[in-house]
Design a protein around this ligand. Structure first.
Ligand code: ZN
Length: 170
């Protein structure tokens, strides 16, 4: 496929997209920025990015830049205040002498495997953690630079994710 044909592709189902992004919260604070590393790759129409971002990507082409502000319901969902629990510090995946602090993100073992949680209170033997996604309840603004758009391979479509740079490695 020639360069010209590739650049004419627009984003839709079963396209592999690579992009750089900057993520800022409602206060304008930068939360994430991909520009210092490889672009992010995903297979459009198969999840992989939050719904609000996927919707904004529709119809865009390589070389396009845009900004989109996404409400929590189309991002990481609303916060559930019941997603807080008290657990023994010994159940945390932290080094024994590590000093826990409020706001720290740690891994706990659950029935479904390790889960990232945020420390909200530290006691002597127990710690209170919040298992909401750290970005739950947040209005997020993405500044996106679309780097490339290409047809997915049959293998990528059957796996439901992108392969290659920025994508899934087996
Ligand atoms: Zn795969």
């Amino acid at each position: 496929m020639s360069e010209e044909q590739e650049s004419a592709l627009t984003i839709g189902t079963d396209k592999v997209v690579t992009f750089h992004y900057k993520l800022t919260n409602e206060e304008g604070k930068e939360m994430e920025n991909s520009h210092s590393g490889e672009p992010v790759a995903y297979l459009h129409g198969h999840g992989g990015v939050i719904r609000g971002l996927a919707t904004a990507m529709e119809g865009k082409a390589a070389g396009e830049s845009f900004s989109v502000t996404i409400q929590p319901v189309d991002a990481y969902g609303l916060r559930n205040e019941e997603n807080q629990q008290r657990i023994p510090i010994k159940h945390l995946h932290v080094k024994k002498k590590a000093k826990l602090r409020v706001g720290q993100i740690v891994a706990v073992e659950t029935e479904k495997g390790p889960k990232q949680v945020t420390v909200v209170k530290v006691g002597k033997f127990n710690v209170d953690v919040d298992s909401n996604h750290p970005l739950a309840g947040k209005v997020l603004t993405f500044d996106v630079d679309v780097k490339s758009v290409r047809e997915a391979s049959a293998e990528e479509v059957s796996h439901g994710h992108a392969h290659g740079v920025g994508g899934h490695h087996h």
